[in-house]
Design a protein around this ligand. Structure first.
Ligand code: BDR
Ligand code: CA
Length: 296
């Protein structure tokens, strides 16, 4: 079986970095391109970090495109308190010598998906600005995506405000466009990702592996105790969907200014339906990540 072509749209970000490494270590997936968005840190850093994350594992030929540097309507809010000023504090990666690819991220997304002879899978690990712009630019995009797997939202959990998760909160208007697009979507919310913590025994296991990626992962997570492996859950679902369970529902995003902005609301049976993951075998996901990263 040939590898599934994958575009990663992300804002590295510690967990984004681990997600990229998990995908790169998996022969079932072929990373076509990585597209950065302003999110955990500003766009200059997320694009440079994505480049450095690929370079450290020798994947210098995978292009990184810079996408949108700010949300559609709101001012960008970043998360240096979680990821550090660099976005990947503790990883200690050398700065990349490979330039970021020419061209805007949203355009590069449209071009890759529309030109492909077979539908491409997209992993969205940051605010959904690039995808919303791409879907607006190319109305046929949603129907051409094989599956769009999104880390975002929360139904019993929140992490940015009492109601909202970071990726959806940062650009709720983009999230409303994407979640209502009719694309085949799997949503991986905090309900799942907050269960998959980088535990001390798991970090100990990674720290003794020889390669640069597991060592950098241990370095990043040791200085952020209790941080969840949010974004790697997206890639883990692509690799081992049986580690997760969920249900089909329509998901709406609160876009009105006010305390609930960015909140995700689930309406069972509503259209367009998306697959919302709500349960996870956390040990299984941690073990999968560790086993795969061992080869990097
Ligand atoms: C999400 O927000 C970011 O800080 C993480 O990288 C992840 O994508 C979790 O809410
Ligand atoms: Ca992210």
């Amino acid at each position: 079986m040939s590898a599934r072509r994958l575009i990663i749209d992300c804002d590295p970000g510690k967990d984004d970095a681990v997600a990229i490494w998990l995908a790169a270590a998996s022969p079932e997936l072929a990373i076509d391109r990585v597209i950065a968005v302003g999110g955990n840190v500003g766009l200059a850093r997320t694009s440079a970090n994505a480049r450095a994350v690929l370079d450290i594992i020798g994947r210098t030929t995978i292009p990184v495109f810079a996408g949108c540097d700010r949300p559609l309507l709101r001012v960008l809010e970043t998360a240096p308190h979680v990821h550090g000023e660099s976005g990947i504090d503790g990883a200690d990666l050398p700065a990349s010598a490979t330039p970021v690819a020419l061209g805007r991220g949203a355009v590069a997304l449209v071009e890759a998906v529309m030109a492909a002879d077979a539908p491409i899978t997209v992993a969205a690990l940051g605010p959904l600005t690039n995808l919303a712009v791409a879907m607006t630019l190319e109305p046929g995009l949603a129907a051409r995506i094989e599956r769009l797997v999104i880390m975002g939202g929360g139904f019993r959990k929140a992490n940015m405000t009492p109601f909202a998760e970071f990726n959806i909160y940062v650009d709720p208007h983009a999230a409303a466009i994407v979640l209502g697009s009719g694309a085949p979507i799997t949503l991986v919310p905090l309900d799942v990702t907050r269960e998959v913590l980088a535990t001390v025994p798991w970090l100990d296991r990674l720290a003794v592996m020889p390669g640069p990626a597991p060592r950098a992962t241990a370095g990043m997570y040791r200085i952020s105790p209790d941080l969840a492996l949010h974004d790697p859950c997206v890639v883990a679902w692509l690799l081992r969907p049986n580690l997760f369970a969920g249900r089909r529902a329509r998901v709406e995003v609160v876009t009105d200014d006010g305390p609930e902005i960015g909140r995700t609301l689930m309406q069972e049976g509503g259209e367009p339906g998306i697959d919302v993951l709500l349960e996870v075998d956390a040990d299984g996901v941690r073990d999968l990540i560790a086993r795969r990263l061992e080869s990097l």
